[in-house]
Design a protein around this ligand. Structure first.
Ligand SMILES: *[C@@H]1O[C@H](CO)[C@@H](O)[C@H](O)[C@H]1NC(C)=O
Length: 233
């Protein structure tokens, strides 16, 4: 069977001094994929270049940030799931033609059932950089714990204004998303509430900005509808 694994587009917004570029979690800690089996990585097939994170939301769908994939065709991208270590090779990884069969290493995360609650604590996972120096991605999946803030509160501390469809999250200086974490999931109570969107590299003390997944539920469920009844064999 050959169905296309659709990559959902979510809003990416740019501002002059903060860009949603390939930004490894900075100041995070090593975790294993069994604890966060929804974590996914995106890489370019031709040069095995890791460029963004994502999350598994169904057998057929990876949730990521639009700015991660807007420059690529689906056949140029592979999805890496099911491994703590990010070993990108031509052989490993899912071409966007297969479904993802779930097990203890790869599984879906639920979409949010309601909007997030102010000051709830989320877990960000990804293989982005662990420092701001030029270099490759993190080999080991990283996590950081962050507190979520509503748009009005974000706007008081960010140097630009957020849209209603965003949220921001912060821990402290030295902990946060970094290059390569774009598209990575921010999860509260086993629901993916945020998609890493914008950051000032990295963990400089400014909250990181996320797409508020709840605000895009209609879009996301509509995109997923076609495959709802297709069994992954
Ligand atoms: C969260 O905070 C905003 C103001 O910053 C407020 O408008 C909103 O009602 C709060 N939400 C909840 C669930 O308390």
């Amino acid at each position: 069977m050959s169905y296309r694994l659709t990559i959902l587009l979510c809003l990416a917004l740019y501002s002059s001094d903060i860009q949603g570029k390939k930004l490894r979690i900075y100041g995070g800690e090593d975790v294993t994929i069994q604890d966060y089996p929804y974590s996914a990585a995106l890489a370019k097939i031709s040069n095995e270049y890791f460029f963004c994170g994502g999350s598994i939301i169904s057998n057929w769908h990876i949730l990521t940030a639009a700015h991660c994939i807007e420059q690529y065709q689906y056949f140029e991208i592979k999805v890496y799931v099911g491994s703590t270590r990010l070993a990108i090779t031509a052989e490993s990884g899912y071409r966007l033609q297969r479904c993802i069969r779930f097990n203890q290493f790869r599984n879906k995360i639920d979409l949010p059932s309601s909007n997030f609650i102010n000051y709830s604590i989320g877990i960000l996972t990804g293989w982005g950089r662990t420092d701001t120096h030029e270099g490759d991605h993190s080999e080991i999946l990283q996590k950081a714990t962050m507190k979520l803030y509503s748009v009005p509160e974000c706007n008081q501390v960010l140097p630009f204004l957020l849209h209603d469809e965003q949220l921001c999250a912060f821990n402290r200086v030295g902990v946060g998303a970094c290059i390569g974490d774009s598209g990575s999931p921010l999860v509260v109570n086993q629901e993916v509430v945020g998609i890493t969107s914008l950051l000032r590299p990295c963990a400089t003390g400014v909250p990181d900005v996320f797409t508020n997944v709840y605000k895009y539920l209609n879009f996301i469920t509509r995109e997923m509808y076609d495959m709802n009844s297709v069994v992954c064999t």
